[in-house]
Ligand binder design. Structure first.
Ligand code: ZN
Length: 251
C-alpha cells in the first residue's frame, strides 16, 4: 500500500553509508518506523534533504504490513522550524517533546490531536515562545489526548475540595489527594505546593493564547518538572532520555 501524508520526524538514525531509519509521527496513522534508502546520498533526487528530528514533512511511503519496516519513496519538507535551531535551549526542549511522543505512543495508533499539538508546540518554540511554558502546556494537553490526565480538581480519594498549602500527587491513584487521604495510603507520592496545583489546573483548561498570562516562579518550574518526571516514570517505568537536557534549564 502506498500512503501519502504529513509527518513529524521524531528520531532518525543512520543506517549503512547512505540510508536512515527513523520514527515518524504521522497525521493519520500515528507513529511509524520507516527506512529511507539513500536519503543521505546527496544525489538522491527523490529526497529533498536528510531526515532530521523536528522537521515537518510530506511523505510518500510504502507499507506491506504493519510488522515490516515501511519504505520511504519520496518526501518534501513542509517546515524546517529554523527558529528551533537558533538556540540549544529550543533544540533541547523540542527533542524532549519528540522523545515524549515517541515513548508515550505505540505504533499505528493514530491521534490527530496529538499530531496537531506537537506541530503547534514546535511552531511556538520556533517562533520564540517561552520554552518552559510551552513544554508544560504540551505535556498536560498530551495527557488529556492520551487519556491519562490525572484528576486535579478535587481529592481523588474522598472527592473533597483541595485546601491547605500543600497537596499530594499519587500516580497510582492518577490524581491529587488531600492530607487526610494521604495518611491512609502507602503509595508513592509527590508533595506539591498549592500554587503548583493551581498552575496545573490552569494549564489543563487554558488555550494556547493563555500561556502569556501565566507566571512561573522558579519554585513552580522545579515542582512542575518533578511532577512530569514522577508521573511519566510511573507508567513508562523509566525516565525520558531527554529529561537531563531540560531538567535544569529555566528562563
Ligand atoms: Zn481526600
Amino acid at each position: 500500500m502506498i500512503i501519502k501524508e504529513e509527518a513529524i520526524v521524531l528520531k532518525s538514525i543512520n543506517y549503512s553509508n547512505s540510508s536512515q531509519i527513523m520514527s515518524l509521527y504521522t497525521k493519520h496513522h500515528g507513529k511509524i518506523s520507516m527506512l529511507a534508502k539513500g536519503s543521505r546520498n546527496k544525489s538522491a533526487k527523490q529526497f529533498a534533504g536528510t531526515f532530521e528530528p523536528t522537521i515537518h514533512v510530506e511523505i510518500v511511503y510504502r507499507e506491506k504490513d504493519v510488522n515490516v519496516l515501511a519504505i520511504v519513496r519520496e518526501f518534501e519538507i513542509i517546515d524546517y522550524f529554523y527558529g528551533i535551531r537558533s538556540s540549544l535551549k529550543y533544540m533541547y526542549n523540542a527533542f524532549y517533546l519528540l522523545d515524549f511522543v515517541n515513548e508515550c505512543t505505540t505504533s499505528h495508533d493514530p491521534n490527530q490531536g496529538l499530531f496537531q499539538l506537537l506541530h503547534t508546540s514546535l511552531k511556538y518554540l520556533s517562533l520564540g515562545a517561552n520554552a518552559e511554558k510551552t513544554r508544560f502546556f504540551f505535556q498536560i494537553k498530551a495527557f488529556i489526548l492520551l487519556g491519562v490526565m490525572p484528576i486535579l480538581t478535587e481529592c481523588c480519594a474522598c472527592t473533597k475540595p483541595l485546601v491547605g498549602s500543600y497537596v499530594f500527587f499519587i500516580p497510582k491513584e492518577s490524581g491529587i489527594v488531600c492530607r487526610r487521604c494521604k495518611a491512609n495510603t502507602e503509595s508513592a507520592f509527590l508533595q506539591i505546593s498549592m500554587q503548583t496545583l493551581r498552575t496545573l489546573q490552569n494549564l489543563e483548561v487554558m488555550p494556547w493564547t493563555g500561556l502569556k498570562k501565566i507566571n512561573l516562579s522558579q519554585r513552580i518550574v522545579n515542582e512542575l518538572n518533578m511532577f512530569f518526571r514522577f508521573y511519566l516514570h510511573s507508567f513508562l517505568y523509566k525516565e525520558l532520555r531527554t529529561f537531563k537536557l531540560i531538567g535544569n534549564s529555566y528562563e
